[in-house]
Design a protein around this ligand. Structure first.
Ligand SMILES: O=C(O)c1cccc(C(=O)CC[C@H]2O[C@@H](n3cnc4c(=O)[nH]cnc43)[C@H](O)[C@@H]2O)c1
Length: 236
């Protein structure tokens, strides 16, 4: 579909409202915020590292905006992340077509059981497919599952186990599922966009390319900015 027509349809589909981008740390926030110097209805916060603090911070921001009568129409979890190789090389962008809680469950003698198989909660949030398609096409990103973990993968064995359980996984990070839970609780659509800083696997800080990933994050949001800003322009 012609990108402009798709963008117009997207804005109509998800309604009008401001956009909240939640990163983990200030350096990621600044990499995104520089794309919106006059804000233009896009608010970027450093929500904290890990799913719990990211969820709490996102929920607070969504609630405060709603109470002010300026509800957000879209939440984006964004930042650097690990990439499953070779599909998500360092410096590439990934847009989540599934936001997965990858270590929320129980370890058993027969392996890991997600909470859903224990009869509780959820382990998957699926962003609106047309939003995912638009964001990926606009930003030149790959689409696949992004896994949220509380413990960063540090071995090839762990990476292989995650990939076997989630064969469409392209990236691993620590906040997306928390941000998605907070968005879902208030009926706000969510996206997750990750710039790959390192391979998922054996711990090797020398292999990290955080600067390259932050540059890719800025470039990717630069391509999304016209539509993200228009989420709010119709309101004014
Ligand atoms: O010290 C280490 O070995 C180490 C390895 C991987 C990640 C970290 C972090 O402190 C990550 C914190 C931060 O960055 C995101 N991130 C980036 N790469 C990954 C990854 O491979 N797996 C999970 N998270 C990653 C994450 O979202 C956090 O916000 C330290």
């Amino acid at each position: 579909m012609e990108l402009q027509a798709q963008e117009g349809r997207l804005i109509a589909a998800v309604g009008l409202g401001r956009v909240l981008v939640a990163t983990a740390v200030p350096v990621e926030r600044d990499a995104v915020a520089q794309v919106f110097p006059d804000r233009g209805g896009v608010e970027v916060i450093a929500a904290g590292v890990g799913p719990a603090l990211a969820a709490a911070s996102t929920a607070s921001a969504l609630t405060a905006a709603a109470l002010r009568g300026e509800p957000y129409g879209l939440v984006v979890s964004a930042g650097i992340g690990g990439g499953f190789q070779p599909e998500a090389p360092v410096g590439s962008l990934v847009v989540a077509d599934g936001i997965v809680a990858a270590d929320l469950g129980a370890e058993t003698a027969d392996g890991f059981l997600p909470v859903t198989e224990l009869g509780f909660g959820t382990v998957l949030h699926e962003p609106p497919a047309d939003l995912v398609r638009w964001a990926a096409d606009s930003a030149g990103a790959r689409t696949g599952a992004v896994l949220t973990v509380s413990t960063v993968t540090g071995t090839a064995v762990r990476a292989a186990a995650l990939r076997e359980r989630h064969p469409t996984a392209l990236a691993e990070a620590m906040e997306g599922f928390g941000v998605a839970e907070a968005a879902a609780a208030q009926g706000v659509p969510v996206l997750e966009i990750r710039a790959i800083s390192n391979p998922v696997g054996p711990r090797d800080r020398a292999a990290w390319r955080i600067g390259d990933a932050l540059a890719a994050l800025t470039e990717g949001f630069g391509k999304l900015a016209p539509v993200l800003e228009s989420w709010n322009r119709h309101d004014s």
